[in-house]
Each structure stands twice: as C-alpha cells, then as structure tokens.
Design a protein around this ligand. Structure first.
Ligand SMILES: *Cc1c(COP(=O)(O)O)cnc(C)c1O
Length: 680
C-alpha cells in the first residue's frame, strides 16, 4: 500500500483542500490511520482546518512547517517576510508524519509550477520527497487544457500521476463539458479518473460520507506504488538471461544468479523493479556526480532534446558542443586550448595516443613512435587503450593484437618489493624511467598516466610529488604528457581535476565518465595549442587528424555536460565536498579494526579497502575465493550497491551523497567485511 500521496491542483482554488478532506475522511472510514501535511501555506487556515476536521493530534508545526500570512505565491510571500523555505525541514517533518500514520496526504500549494523559492518549484519538492500525485481539477469548461498541462508537466518532471480527481464547483446541473470531460481527459492522457467530488453544502463528516462514498476510487489512490508487476519482473529476468551479454561478466555465473534489474533512481538511490532501494556506493561505475535524476540536469537535457538531438561535427558544428568546448578549456588546467570529442573513456585515450603519435610525424620527428605508460595502468578496453594498459587479468589474451609500448614499472602503494619502502620506491621507479628517457627520448612520443589515483589497478594512490615529477620529466625530455582523468576528473579527488592537486598542466587531458554527471556517453580529449598547431597545414600536406566517431559532440550529451558544470557552480559542490571528505576519512580509519583489512586508502571521494588473508604478511586472498565479490553480495542484501576490484572494495559515492547516507554506506560495508572475512 502507498504510504503517502501528494495532492496538487490544476490551479489555485480548485478544491484541493476539500478533496484532501474527502479522501482523508473516506480513508478513515475504511479504517486507515490517516495523517495530513500542508508543507507550505500562504494565508488562510487550511492546515488547521484539515487537522481539526480529521481529528488529528499531530503537532501543527509538523503539519505545516512553513506559513506566511499573505495569500500570495510562496516565493513572494516568504520573500516579503524575509524568510526562506527550507526543504530539509519539510523533509524532516514529512518523515516523522509518515512514520506515524498508515497513509499521509500531503497537500500542495497551488499547482506544480508554483515557485517555492528562486527557481525551485512545488514539482521539485514532490520529486525530492519521492511522492506520486493526485491532481484535483475543477469540473467544467477549460478543465481539459488545465488537466492535460498539469499531467504533461508532471511527466516531464518524472512524477507519477495516480489519477485526476474532479471537484464540482457549483450545485448547478451538469452540462455537456461536465459530463464528458473526465472521460476525454482519461482518454487523451492515459491517466485514470478517480471520480468526482460533488458540490458539498457542508463539510461535516456525515455529509461527506453520505455524498462521497463510492464517488471516489480509493483503491487507485492507495494502490502499491511504482513497482513493476511480478509477471513483468519475471519476464525481464528471463529476457535478460536469454538476450543480454554483460560486460566483464562470466555469463555462466550470471545465469545461475538472480540478477538485479534497476528500474528507477533518485538522488543517491537506485530502485529495482520490485521497488527496493539501494545506495549507489560506486556512482553507477564512477560516473554519477550530483545524484540520479537531478532536476537541473534533467531539465537541461529535456530543453536540448526539444531543440536538437544530434547533428554531426564532421563538416558542421552545433551549439552545445561549442559552448562546452569553451567552458572545458576555461576550467581545465592551464594551457589546454582545444577540445576533441568522442564518446567514452577508451576513445578519449585512443584519440590522445593517436594525436601524440601523429604530432611528431607531422612535425618531422618521425622516430618518436613509442608510447610510455605505467606497467599497472588501465586506460580502457579498445585495442589502442589496451596497448597502453597493463592489467594482465584484463589484457593478457589480447597481447597479440596490441602495439609495442614502453612499460614503466611502478609500485602498488601497499606492496613495495622486498627490501624497498613505499613511497621512496615510487620515486626510485621514476629515476629508472628517467634513465630510460635519457637514452630513448628520441623514440618516445608520449607518456600516459592516470594522475594521483590509478583506479582499475586497485585504487592505487600516489604519494605527493610523483605527479609533478612525471610532468617535469616529460617536459625535460620533450615527451607529450597525457593525463587520463577519465576516472579522477570532475571532483572525485576533491578538486575539479586531479592534476590541480599538484599544479600540473598536462599537454593532453582525457575526460569521460563524470563529464555528463553520469547521464550520457561523452568524452573529450583536450590538447594544448602547440599540439593542435602541429596539425594545421595545407590540405595537400595530409596532416589532418583523420579520426572521429559518428556521435562526436552529440548535442544532448554536451548539454548534459554543461548542466553538470552548472550544478557544480550553483550547488558549490566542491566546497560542500570538503567536510564530507573529512568525514569519510574518519570513518575509514575504523576499518583497520577489522582483522582482514590490510590497507585503507582514500583520496577525496575515491576510496579502496584492500582485504588480505593475513595482515602481517600481506598475503592476499586467492582470487578464486572472490572475497571482494562476496562482500559486495553481502552489502546488497542490506540495500547497498558496490563493485569490487579483485580483493579491493571500492567506495566512490556520488559527490552529492549526504553525510547520513555516507555513514550508512560505511556501516553496511564494515559489517559486511566483518561477516564475510570472519567466516573464511
Ligand atoms: C573507465 C576508465 C577508462 C575507460 O572508459 P570507458 O568509458 O569505460 O571506455 C579509461 N581510463 C580510466 C582511468 C578509466 O577509469
């Protein structure tokens, strides 16, 4: 059964309060404990009227947390009283009331597009509280337009409409519109009509029960919300197993498991087809930034959708890709002046490698042919990016297909070789790289790295100074320095880009994952003017960068990326992140209490917890034991989604995750490790 429902109107004065009273009275008669809430009220005494009529004992300040005296639109009424509506306070009162009653009826203020403060609308509050709505409409001429507009807006905002409830404004006899409108609206919108509340001479309980019983379809009002029907769920599972080939997945195991099918998401939560909620602890594989279903990002994509969905960058340009290129070069480390678009992290790196290689070909140093990379790096799964990758488990089988490179040994920050100490050993490795550069720099085109945090290698974090040293070496030996910030970009390490942590300006910067806030596939390879100029020549010289993808610079994805940056500014995401990073840091310390936690490492909102069989000897769990997978299966039973990297439990929450949610994420993870590792 539904716990709460939001009651909105097609306009102000259409009978919302009466409708709330009628629904409350009828539901009470059915034996439900009904509560009401009127989060925002300007003038009048609707909240008090409902509280008394329904004989509720809740605190009036909970029922109506925000009251302004003047009967004006809330944004205006509160502005004139020099107050602000605080949605957090509404949420707190809402949660209290919801706990206390079987059903909570939340009455809106006017319609969905009534502004509460700034450009935050009633609809945004409804979305944030996760409510479904009943629309109250006046019966009579004009109601088709108003009802359909409200339904359309609800849908555009991703709000589910339970139905339309009509309210008869006058005791006059029903004419043609009154008799035909409900049916037309149901037909045109596909939204059910819940009934018609007749004109009431009095709002006494007896009168309501006498006139309205049977006039409203209560079952539709309180039917179980949101979830996909059981038969459909079974069908989806069967089809998934029959038709879908999942990435990085042994499909033999998959077929014996019970896969989770995600149907919706909001904020930090993913919601499955059965309506179960899961905290998204890895940002849907390191992409989500401001939470799921963010109102601004959703709105900007929708606005773009109605203008231009796609047009090519081959021979043409388009508005959002131009705007985004300007914006990216403005926020990127100094010197990056040109943006080359593609659509995922692997292709961002692939383009970077080809640009670096061709740059030297174009500028006459044809021996500079080799790409250097860290031996334990990960740069994606296309063959070019696999060539510069070094994670054997993922890359070994394709070795024959890849091109020769120069692999630079680099330590795992937890396991330096015998007799060596980290971080000193990391610098020692770079000394060796320098020796190699001294000899071979005439053959080395570029050096590609994941700055500060090597993600897929197991969340390996570099000691301070390494990044700066690498950039310096590249400058000294005239090697193009490529920073792959596909994972670390867009705030993950606590700053917009990891390179900023050490004031490093790479020659080429690769961006993807978080670039669209986790909404759409998009990548960007940024280069300096100098590199770009290496390709600028007469057509017949054939120095063109002959590379590109069909969806390059897709307008929807670029609009999402612009919205991502807009939200960074509006919500001061990075400033708000700092205290949460500290909180995460304090909580992570606790994990050392667990016997099988060998190492806990964190940089910003990227963290890895490495599990070991024996802490003293650092003996790893054999991979066949799937310890990481088992911990993640355990957290899932407690409503948390994680995905491990071997024996490393990865935490990479959306930057928007609240302190409370972070606390829960860590508690659940802690207990899961305790439980799973304790039994091995
Ligand atoms: C994920 C990742 C990639 C590959 O990105 P895809 O979009 O999966 O192709 C490349 N580099 C780094 C550092 C990554 O984390």
């Amino acid at each position: 059964m539904t716990k709460s429902i939001f009651i909105t109107g097609t306009d102000t004065g259409v009978g919302k309060t009466i409708a709330t009273l009628v629904l409350g009275t009828l539901l009470q008669k059915e034996g439900y404990d009904v509560g009401v809430m009127k989060p925002v009220q300007c003038g009048g005494n609707d909240a008090d009227f409902l509280r008394k009529s329904l004989r509720l004992r809740d605190d009036p300040a909970e029922i109506n947390p925000f009251f302004a005296r003047e009967p004006l639109s809330p944004h205006l009424a509160f502005q004139r009283e020099k107050r602000r509506i605080d949605v957090q306070k509404i949420r707190t009162a809402y949660e209290c009331l919801r706990q206390r009653h079987d059903i909570l009826l939340v009455e809106g203020a006017g319609g969905l597009m009534v502004p509460l403060c700034g450009d935050y609308f009633v609809a945004d509050m409804v979305r944030e509280l996760g409510l479904e709505i009943v629309i109250v409409a006046r019966l009579g001429l004009g109601t088709i337009n108003h009802s359909l507009l409200t339904i359309q807006q609800a849908r555009a905002c991703g709000i589910t409409v339970r139905g339309v409830l009509f309210s008869e404004a006058s005791p006059r006899k029903r004419g043609i519109p009154e008799r035909t409108n409900p049916r037309e609206i149901a037909k045109l919108s596909g939204v059910p009509v819940l009934g018609t509340i007749p004109h009431l001479k009095s709002v006494r309980r007896q009168e309501i029960l006498r006139r309205c019983r049977g006039a409203v379809n209560l079952n539709q009002v309180i039917r179980p919300s949101g979830e996909v029907a059981a038969s459909r769920r079974r069908q989806l599972l069967a089809w998934d197993k029959r038709y879908v080939w999942h990435p990085f997945t042994q499909m033999k195991d998959w077929l014996t498991d019970e896969p989770l099918v995600i149907d919706r998401a909001r904020g930090s939560y993913l919601i499955d087809t059965a309506g179960r909620r899961y905290l998204d602890g890895v940002s849907s594989l390191w992409v989500n930034v401001h939470g799921h279903g963010h109102r601004i990002v959703n709105a900007r994509i929708r606005e773009q959708l109605n203008k231009l969905e796609h047009s090519t960058l081959l021979g043409l340009s388009n508005t959002p890709s131009v705007e985004l290129a300007q914006k990216l070069t403005a926020i990127a480390p100094k010197g990056l002046a040109k943006v080359f678009y593609s659509d995922n992290g692997s292709t961002a790196v692939e383009a970077a490698i080809k640009i670096a290689y061709q740059y030297w070909q174009n500028t006459g140093r044809k021996q500079k042919k080799y790409i250097a990379h860290l031996a334990n790096s990960y740069h994606g799964d296309t063959l070019g990016s696999v060539s510069v990758g070094g994670i054997d488990l993922l890359h070994k089988v394709y070795r024959h297909l890849t091109f020769p490179t120069i692999a630079v040994d680099f330590p795992d920050c937890y396991r330096a070789p015998k007799g060596k100490r980290y971080p000193d050993y990391a610098f020692e490795c770079l000394d060796r790289f320098e020796a190699k550069l001294k000899k071979r720099h005439g053959q080395i085109a570029a050096f590609v790295v994941e700055p500060i945090v090597q993600g897929a290698a197991g969340m390996i974090m570099w000691p301070k100074g390494i990044l700066k040293r690498m950039a310096g070496l590249c400058r000294k030996y005239d090697v193009i320095f490529i920073a792959d910030e596909v994972a670390t970009g867009f705030g993950r390490t606590g700053m917009m880009f990891a390179c900023e942590q050490e004031g490093v300006a790479p020659d080429i910067l690769c961006l993807a994952k978080g670039i669209t806030a986790g909404y759409l596939p998009l990548a960007a390879t940024l280069t300096t003017r100098k590199i770009f100029d290496g390709f600028v020549a007469d057509y017949k010289e054939q120095k063109t960068f002959f590379h590109g993808h069909t969806y390059t610079g897709n307008p929807l994805a670029c609009a999402a990326a612009m919205a991502n940056l807009e939200v960074f500014e509006r919500e001061k995401t990075l400033a708000k992140l700092a205290p949460k990073i500290k909180f995460l840091n304090r909580k992570l310390e606790m994990f050392y209490n667990l016997l099988h936690v060998g190492d806990v490492r964190q940089r910003g909102f990227m963290a890895g917890i490495e599990l070991v069989r024996d802490r003293k000897t650092q003996e790893p769990y054999p991979w066949q034991e799937k310890i990481g997978v088992r911990v993640c299966e355990e957290v899932r039973r407690h409503g948390v989604i994680l995905r491990p990297l071997g024996n490393v439990i990865v935490l990479m929450p959306p930057l928007s995750m609240s302190v409370e949610e972070l606390g829960r994420l860590l508690d659940v993870t802690y207990r899961a490790i305790e439980k799973v590792a304790g039994t091995l």
